[in-house]
Design a protein around this ligand. Sequence first.
Ligand SMILES: [Zn+2]
Length: 320
Amino acid sequence: MHPISTPGRPTADPRTSGPRTPRLRASSRLRRTTAALGLNAVLVGVLVGVPAAAAERRADLTPPVVTADEVMPHLDVLQRIADRSGGNRAHGTRGYRDSVAYVKAVLDRAGFRTTLHRFTHDGATSYNLLADWPGGDPEHVVFAGAHLDSVADGPGINDNGSGSAALLATALEVSKAGLRPDRHLRFAWWGAEEVGLVGSSAYVRDLPAAERERIDVYLNVDMAGTRNSGRWLVVHDDTAAAEAFEGYFAARNLPTIGIGIGGSDHVSFGDVGIPVGGFATGIDECTHAACDRVENVDPQTETISTNAVISTVWQLAARR
Ligand SMILES: [Zn+2]
């Protein structure tokens, strides 16, 4: 499901038509600069007598920046899973189960506490994948999710392998940074979104009221790499989340459109009064079709989207 139709026009694929774009090269430079700054912060802390922990905390506040090489390989894996599973990763199929197994294995290796939340729909058992990053205030949870299932008609690599990969890359950056957030961080990959937000609504339904109360904000990403989208559709509900996403895009002169709550798994959270945020890059002619393959995802858009998620998660995790 998706909030708004975004028609586009064809352009060259940056992965096949030439060298990497300057923007992507700039990202890796930024990444090295960020790493150097982090080191300097620790050194300065030592020199001026600031406790090392405090210096590290400041370094924590600078979000990392990923390149396409840290995001797109996850989409290649999801494409291969679909290719060997009848061309899709839909609810109740091997393609969905293999998708969950892949994401779970990556997260387990990175030190996340993963759990499977089981639900049944239309005679088929399925699972939402939850991943908690150890630490942070459990009374204040920053929660980010994306649906991992596809429709039956196609592999669903932009809808929503792209959001799933953006979240997975974000989780891996949390792990690499050894982030010690003020608020607790939880990620989710939802099942059975395409058949009516089934996985996320089952999760919210099964969540005790006290657990719902602990969720400060839920962020959703459903389609992050649409070709020729040229704009990001930002959910306007939780003010801090909307400001973080819009601030990220505005700082890079990337256009946004404000949208209400609708179209994807954040509805399940919004319906019970949990503040929500997130964004989408909009549908195109391959959405819900067999051509929603990895070639249908624009690496540059996908990378920008991923960095927007990283930046926002860093910002919200540090705020209480
Ligand atoms: Zn979707």
